[in-house]
Design a protein around this ligand. Structure first.
Ligand code: NAG
Length: 282
């Protein structure tokens, strides 16, 4: 709400300047207003989704929490990823069976709850949310669903990622790092965050699935990050599944070349193993 309070007194000034450079300012103004509106609408949406789920679900029952979210989304605009994307997410989680998962973009806590219910008892989820209100309400929903050991970090992903490096992991199996990362925040952050996760060695070297949610279902939203992956395909990351609403990137960083040489001895066997290693990675 404070955004309105701030942007309204600025309007006359903007209009005055606009006489000189009308086109530039009007587009700038429209963008600023859309951004402010988006934020206000997003917050209203988080509040009403939270109120609906909180008062209508059976507390402590995961399935009831998810069903209540879906019921809400049937008739109202919602920030939850919904059952279709949710089921695709479940399939990946069941296949990857992560014990450490990271979510960027908590929103109302819907996908956090979906993820948590499929983690092993010792599994951990860290979820990062930029908006303090969404983080608080999302965390409450996670608790309502009966999960007490997840962590909600309120900060921009670009600040949360370097801070995660210094956090000691619960277990260092597979060289540490997350086995599953769900990106559902700002698609413009997907590539820089992926690179930061890689740089800070937060992606499990023996295999990590990075899921990119494409809420607007617009190919150009993921264009940059997918071009980057395609350019490096076969070396350490590749696109595993590509759906209109979600893309799965598989990341793996094992030194397959050394593995081939040490096991194979002769170059032919070595090459075969090397190729196998690459195929497994790609
Ligand atoms: C709970 O569900 C009922 C029936 O769908 C709905 O009318 C009511 O507004 C919901 N509660 C809240 C707080 O949203």
């Amino acid at each position: 709400m404070w955004l309105f309070a701030v942007s309204v007194p600025l309007l006359p000034a903007l209009l005055m300047v606009s006489r000189r450079c009308r086109v530039k300012v009007s587009s700038l103004c429209r963008r600023a207003l859309n951004w402010a509106l988006g934020l206000v609408q997003g917050r209203a949406c988080v509040r009403s989704t939270h109120a609906f789920v909180f008062s209508n679900c059976t507390h402590g029952k995961v399935d009831s929490v998810l069903q209540t979210f879906d019921l809400y989304a049937e008739t109202r605009p919602s920030l939850s990823i919904g059952p279709e994307t949710g089921e695709a997410l479940d399939d990946v989680v069941r296949r990857v069976r992560p014990s450490r998962a990271l979510e960027l973009g908590t929103h109302c806590g819907y996908s956090s709850v979906r993820l948590l219910r499929l983690l092993p008892p010792a599994g951990r989820l860290i979820t990062v949310e930029l908006d303090p209100l969404a983080a608080e309400l999302g965390e409450e929903i996670i608790l309502v669903a009966g999960f007490k050991h997840s962590q909600v970090l309120t900060s921009p992903s670009a600040e949360a990622i370097p801070a995660l490096r210094s956090r000691p992991g619960p277990d260092q199996r597979g060289g540490g790092g997350f086995e599953l990362v769900l990106m559902d925040h700002d698609p413009r952050q997907y590539l820089p965050d992926l690179l930061a996760l890689e740089r800070d060695e937060l992606l499990c070297r023996s295999g990590c699935s990075v899921l990119l949610v494409n809420r607007r279902r617009r190919a150009e939203d993921l264009g940059e990050v997918l071009d980057h992956i395609r350019a490096r395909a076969g070396r350490c990351c590749s696109i595993r599944t590509e759906l209109p609403f979600m893309v799965e990137i598989f990341y793996q960083k094992e030194n397959t070349e050394t593995e081939g040489r040490s096991v194979g001895g002769t170059s032919e066997v070595g090459m075969k193993l090397f190729r196998l290693g690459r195929a497994r990675c790609g």
